[in-house]
Design a protein around this ligand. Structure first.
Ligand SMILES: [Zn+2]
Length: 184
């Protein structure tokens, strides 16, 4: 952040009086531009024991498979956001059932909230951010081609809980991958 969105003056990055960490501060109009984590909402759409995944048509993780998820919009509830993402990415009408997993991803300042969901009518087709959308049985899930660690973790927990029919709310942390893994 370089310029003040309020008055266009150049910003300083410093600890404001009475604060305990550096912020983008505008000396001209006094506005403090706080930056806080972004909320990502998504769901695990199920249809006849199969799970709906989307193959990404955009970076990051182009061509890899993901659950429908995306940034929560202002003025939107978390469950409405999760349902909207399913429609945008897969033209899927889902019934959001219950919150299922929350992941802190502190190193990229994101919080993921994933819901259990039902695909209502079995209809779907690729949305703007997907090249392909399809249903996967547990055995078919492309574990080596899943877009994000948080999605892989969500699926792993879900499939572990599903045989018991109990889905206790889960909170986890996603940590940065080690450099040696990034190199591969
Ligand atoms: Zn300003």
């Amino acid at each position: 952040m370089n310029y003040c969105s309020n008055c266009s003056n150049t910003l300083k990055f410093c600890i404001p009086p009475g604060d305990d960490r550096p912020r983008f501060l505008c000396d001209a109009c006094g506005t403090i531009h706080y930056e806080n984590p972004k909320m990502v909402v998504g769901c695990i759409p199920e249809f006849e024991d199969k799970i709906l995944l989307c193959r990404r048509s955009i970076e990051p993780c182009f061509d890899k498979w993901t659950l429908p998820a995306g940034y929560l919009e202002n003025g939107e509830t978390v469950s409405d956001g999760a349902a909207r993402e399913a429609y945008e990415e897969a033209y899927a009408n889902v019934e959001i059932l219950a919150p299922y997993a929350l992941f802190n991803i502190c190193y990229v300042n994101q919080v993921y909230l994933m819901f259990r969901a039902l695909l209502i009518d079995g209809n779907f087709r690729p949305g703007n951010e997907s090249n392909e959308v399809r249903l996967f049985t547990e055995e078919e899930i492309p574990w080596h081609n899943i877009a994000f660690t948080v999605i892989k973790e969500t699926l792993k927990h879900y499939l572990k809980d599903r045989p018991n029919g109990l889905f206790p709310f889960y909170i986890g942390d996603i940590l940065p991958r080690k450099k040696i893994e990034n190199a591969s």
